[in-house]
Structures are given as C-alpha cells and as structure tokens.
Design a binder for this molecule. Structure first.
Ligand code: ZN
Length: 117
C-alpha cells in the first residue's frame, strides 16, 4: 500500500517542521498532494494515524488537499488540465510529458502547542 510510504514521508517532514518551530504537540496539519500520487485520502489518514503514534504528531488532524494534474503542451504552448490520467492535449492530441503540477507533496500548514505552554 503506497499510502504507507507517503504517510512516512509526511511524518518526516512534519516532525522536522514541528522541531523547527518548537511545537511539542501537533494538533492539525494540512498537506497538498498531487493527483499523480493517486492517494486514497482515507487510507492515507489511516496510515498516518498508525505511523504518528508515539510522536508529537499522534492524534493530529490531517487535512488533505488534492492538487489536480496540469500538463504543458509544447505544441500549443498552453497548459491543460489532465483528467482521468489522459495526458493527451485536448487542443492537438499530442501526449505531454511535462507537468506543471500534480506531483507535489507539500506541507502547507502545521498547528500545535509550543514547548513549555
Ligand atoms: Zn496541444
């Protein structure tokens, strides 16, 4: 299940951020994940709740925003949104291999209590 490895990456990033801002207990975090990763949000939340056990992330609310895939057609010089994983440009039919978005794994925000509070 690849949600597990994504959840692991996510925990690594979030723990690093929490450390940077001296957050001892994370209450919620928001992530943007490209549609390309094809994650099932519920599966990712489940994997996250397991992996975060025993860390400052335990019990944190995970908000997931899926970023649509946008590709670039070099023939039309225009971006187009990829639907149903069809990478053909709707304008000219050329298959694009340049993506402007859809591959991200971004931690957008993290909230929690600072150490000592
Ligand atoms: Zn095109």
């Amino acid at each position: 299940m690849h949600e597990t490895s994504i959840a692991e990456m996510l925990c690594d990033i979030a723990l690093e951020e929490a450390k940077k801002y001296s957050i001892s207990r994370v209450s919620s975090l928001t992530v943007q994940i490209g549609e390309m990763a094809a994650v099932v949000p519920e599966a990712l939340k489940f994997a996250f709740s397991i992996i975060s056990q025993g860390t400052p992330l335990e019990g944190a609310q995970l908000n997931i925003e899926i970023v649509p895939i946008v590709a670039w057609c070099s023939q039309c010089n225009e971006p187009f949104e990829v639907e149903n994983f069809s990478f053909k440009c709707p304008g000219c039919g050329m298959v694009s291999d340049r993506y402007l978005s859809g591959q991200e794994l971004l931690l957008v925000s993290i909230e929690g209590k600072k150490e000592g509070n």
